[in-house]
Design a protein around this ligand. Structure first.
Ligand code: S3P
Length: 175
């Protein structure tokens, strides 16, 4: 089985993917890391040296590659992955998907400290972050909300979130 975690930057996809994979004796893969390893460049370098369009093309290629692998995987995709090309369709056809939903305040609080590794927000002043996220989420939510399950992360520990996802998988396995 493939499990895909999607959601905005800073929603905890990579951390939850690792914890969930450990709990399910599966393997976690972060799509950004997979792209970085294959392209031998960081996401920031890819954006600055090759451009966002190149990054988005590669993102689609590597997403498809991961979804076609034989093994069980928990895949944390990038915040933009479901919103480009036919990626959301590929995710819906090839996996059980979970949208890790967070409030604008929570995301802004987390992303303030992590702007450097994220080219879309690197140059943004802290005071502009909330408005940027609000607009961006408005554009992207239609894609995120197509996930099989929506899991709010507000006020929950990583352990709570992992258990909630496991319960949702078990319940849907009964049908
Ligand atoms: C992006 C999110 C990033 C990364 C790239 C673009 C986006 O992934 O793929 O910087 O468009 O939201 P994370 O969501 O893992 O930070």
């Amino acid at each position: 089985m493939k499990i895909v975690l999607l959601g905005y930057m800073g929603s905890g996809k990579s951390t939850i993917a690792k914890d969930l994979a450990r709990r399910m004796e599966s393997t976690a893969i972060d799509l950004d890391d997979y792209i970085t390893n294959n392209e031998k460049m960081s996401v920031s370098e890819l954006f600055s040296q090759k451009g966002e369009i190149y990054f988005r093309k590669k993102e689609t290629v590597y997403l498809k590659e991961l979804l076609l692998k034989q093994e069980n995987l928990v895949i944390a995709v990038g915040g933009g992955t479901p919103c480009y090309g036919d990626n959301i369709r590929e995710i819906l056809n090839g996996s059980r998907s979970f949208y890790l939903k967070a409030s604008i305040k929570t995301l802004a609080g987390r992303l303030e400290k992590e702007k450097q590794s994220r080219p879309l927000i690197t140059g943004l002043p802290d005071e502009a972050l909330e408005e940027f996220i609000a607009k961006h989420l408005f554009e992207r939510r239609n894609f995120y909300e197509q996930a099989n399950h929506i899991v709010s992360i507000e006020g929950k520990t990583a352990e709570n979130i992992v258990e909630e996802i496991r319960d949702l998988i078990q319940v849907s396995d009964c049908f």
